[in-house]
Design a protein around this ligand. Sequence first.
Ligand SMILES: Nc1ncnc2c1ncn2[C@@H]1O[C@H](COP(=O)(O)OP(=O)(O)OP(=O)(O)O)[C@@H](O)[C@H]1O
Length: 372
Amino acid sequence: MSHVELRDIHSMLGGVDIIKGLNFRFPSENAAQDSNPYIVLLGASGCGKSTMLRIIAGLLKPDSGEVVISGKDVCGVPSRKRDVSMVFQHDALYPHLTISQSLDLSARRIADAEGRKAQIERAIELTGIAPLLQRRPDRLSGGEIRRASIAKMIARKATVRLLDEPLSALDGPVRQVLARDLRLLHDDQLGTTIHVTHDGNEAMRMADAIAVMDNGVIVQFAPPTEIYDRPASINVARTIGSPMMNFFAASIDRDRWTFQSPAIQLDTGFPFSSFRTQREIVVGVRPEHFEMQSSGDAALRISMPANEVAHSRVSESTEMTSLLDREAFTAVISRQAVASSDPFVFSASQEDLHFFDADTGLRIESGESLAR
Ligand SMILES: Nc1ncnc2c1ncn2[C@@H]1O[C@H](COP(=O)(O)OP(=O)(O)OP(=O)(O)O)[C@@H](O)[C@H]1O
């Protein structure tokens, strides 16, 4: 099995610390039962995702730290000799070569001629690019260029495959087909795939495990459902879910919760029992976890005049948006459950509330002491 391990990587670009002591192992040790996971590296624009891929590929030398691939320290090994292939965000097909010539060039590291030919045929078949082989990149559409780049990656037959935003700038249907093909391709081959995106939906759909990057470090590495259910911080919570999680600022003082917006009410007495001084908290609720017809055991309620709430239909749901204390508020309610009352009352149950420390942004587990 191929592992990629990054040990205390630091990288400064243009005088700014971009990667700040990154320690990571793909797949993680506790992923041993799934030896071939499809990993998605997710994070906001500019957080250092492409920089990290370039360091793994050997295209950028870190200022310090070690890169270990399949147990070998590859820091002194040039890119072309690493067992790694990469699909770039801005494509790197050779402009003066036909796609067929590009594939030949990529496969040249396969020593035996028969194996080389077989791998090229496999790349063509898996990506369906046979009709494009004699063309140069300037005569291809964006989607075709992406397929040709992926074919080039397969032709190289590396055990570590790095994909930098492979689906960006493609339209809906092409995107869906390519997403499915990338997964099939991975499932068909041995090795590790690391797919970079800033699209949380793409990560949820495609990944076996998501590594969330924030400000030059990995802040959570877990299966998609765990990242959705128990995000480790406000920033992680923002990366998954569309529309984004709502965040409400509150203070807790002994057993009294005070929200910045008086429209919000929270049942007191839970889920924290021990605290001494006032503490600033952020309460998070995903839009799809609000209900309009309260089931009675609601822990959080928001009431607002019906004429302040805008509705827009999204498939079988209605997205309801408003401003709460100058912050955007969104609830996604199934069409049949939209109430006609005034004021509207949105409610959420206790298991759907997330609590974060307002200063650090980190998740506070239910039952955890709030004492400082
Ligand atoms: N060669 C460079 N010189 C100076 N700064 C750079 C260089 N390359 C990248 N950066 C900066 O480093 C930061 C991280 O860039 P990187 O491309 O790794 O981000 P990213 O997470 O992949 O973003 P995106 O999702 O927008 O592609 C950005 O602020 C970028 O402007």
